[in-house]
Design a protein around this ligand. Structure first.
Ligand SMILES: *[C@@H]1O[C@H](CO)[C@@H](O)[C@H](O)[C@H]1NC(C)=O
Ligand SMILES: *[C@@H]1O[C@H](CO)[C@@H](O)[C@H](O)[C@H]1NC(C)=O
Ligand SMILES: *[C@@H]1O[C@H](CO)[C@@H](O)[C@H](O)[C@H]1NC(C)=O
Length: 395
């Protein structure tokens, strides 16, 4: 009898300890969970047309932790082709904000009525995330995906998979060329529901100009929106220079606006020159990944070496053909007449000076390839950590 009582007491005590332990465990686990719940990182690749942003977009988009979309605001611009870049700024900003938060219903306003598919999205096949689970089962997440293959195999997916896919990633990366100043973005930088990081990609305006000359027809609607009223007012031969003037000014305005932000916000900005990326693809990619907290996985390193050396990948691997990137970045020096270069330097001179693109003063200088026109600065110095040294040495 006494033994039984002792047993009961023991059992009671054991059960109390068990309940307490369970409670303690759940409490701890809950606290731990709350603390470590990863907050998605939102990355905006901010650039301009023909500046290598598709290439940089791929560098992010092929990462297995990244949900990537190329140019989501294309849908906004193509809905309001008679508008101006400035009057569409806020619509573009709000679209980006929703997409960062994986709310894809925002596209409803800009797409034809009727059932949407994943393939209703502009350049969807450029996103590895829309080619792998949970969006599409044909390509594993951890593999480099070819957009042409994805386009044929994954084009029947319903639109709902886009949102589902987005929610399954730690990083949401969007590439956009449709901001002409920082003002619409400043609100997103301080938005508590976002964790926004800006990668600002710039390129030598002379190379941009040359590239735009080869894609004038493709860029027509965009150029029209950029030029606004002046589309009608200016002579046709002045259009390319005026457009470049706006683009150069916008890149400079963005850069300068960042300098006037509080130091804490400046840390959310990284400036990348396309030419530096082309010269040192591994180092620069590693720098961008580190900045947003992505691991530079071995298969990505191999792939970056492959594509920048032109091995192992077909013609159609990218919209931006990275294979001759180094050569292409210099092509303007032998293919643009000096008169055009000179005129372009007049409208883009300020921007070039600030970003470290040296101007040429003669035909000879332009064609002398042993003259390096990229001012040398260590890119790491461009990340402003605050405190001393926040004035760039090349300024
Ligand atoms: C890199 O290229 C090599 C040789 O063409 C190829 O075997 C390899 O699969 C490629 N790697 C990646 C990650 O693309
Ligand atoms: C780069 O361009 C120059 C001039 O056209 C040419 O001589 C050279 O072979 C090219 N290099 C590559 C790797 O394509
Ligand atoms: C090209 O530039 C280099 C470096 O400044 C210079 O030494 C050389 O004389 C130049 N060549 C010509 C043909 O101007």
């Amino acid at each position: 009898m006494i033994l039984l009582k002792k047993m009961r007491l023991l059992l009671f005590l054991v059960s109390q300890v068990a309940v307490f332990a369970l409670f303690f465990h759940m409490y701890n686990h809950g606290a731990l969970y709350r603390k470590e719940e990863p907050k998605p990182v939102h990355v905006l690749i901010l650039s301009s047309w023909r500046s290598g942003s598709s290439f940089v977009g791929q560098l992010f988009g092929q990462h297995p932790d990244v949900f990537y979309l190329m140019e989501p605001a294309w849908h906004v611009w193509m809905t309001f082709t008679d508008s101006t870049a400035w009057s569409l700024h806020m619509a573009v900003r709000d679209l980006l904000r929703s997409v960062f938060l994986c709310d894809m219903s925002v596209f409803d306003a800009y797409m034809k009525p009727g059932p949407l598919k994943q393939s209703s999205l502009f350049q969807w096949e450029q996103s590895r995330a829309l080619c792998s689970p949970p969006a599409c089962d044909f390509f594993p997440r951890e593999e480099i995906t070819f957009h042409a293959h994805c386009k044929t195999l994954c084009n029947k997916q319903p639109f709902a998979v886009v949102e589902k896919a987005c929610r399954s990633y730690s990083h949401v990366v969007l590439k956009e060329v449709r901001f002409l100043n920082l003002q619409p973005l400043s609100q997103l930088l301080i938005d508590p529901s976002l964790n926004l990081h800006i990668v600002h990609l710039v390129r030598d305006p002379r190379a941009v100009f040359r590239s735009r000359e080869h894609t004038t027809a493709d860029l027509m609607i965009d150029s029209h929106i950029v030029m606004g009223q002046n589309w009608q007012k200016l002579k046709k031969e002045d259009h390319p220079y005026y457009t470049m003037q706006i683009i150069c000014k916008s890149q400079l305005d963005i850069y300068k606006a960042i300098q006037s932000l509080p130091k804490a916000l400046q840390k959310r900005y990284l400036l990348i020159r396309y030419e530096d990326l082309v010269r040192a693809p591994l180092a620069q990619t590693s720098r961008m990944y580190e900045y947003v907290g992505l691991k530079f996985l071995p298969h990505l390193q191999n792939w970056v070496v492959n594509i920048t050396r032109g091995k192992g990948m077909g013609e159609h691997a990218f919209h931006t053909n990275a294979r001759n990137a180094l050569n292409v970045s210099q092509a303007w020096r032998w293919s643009l007449p000096y008169e055009k270069v000179s005129r372009l330097q007049e409208v883009c001179g300020d921007t070039m000076d600030v970003l470290g693109y040296l101007q040429v003063r003669s035909k000879q200088e332009q064609s002398n390839l042993s003259l390096d026109l990229l001012s040398s600065w260590k890119p790491s110095e461009r990340v402003y950590q605050g405190g001393e040294g926040s004035v760039p040495t090349w300024f």
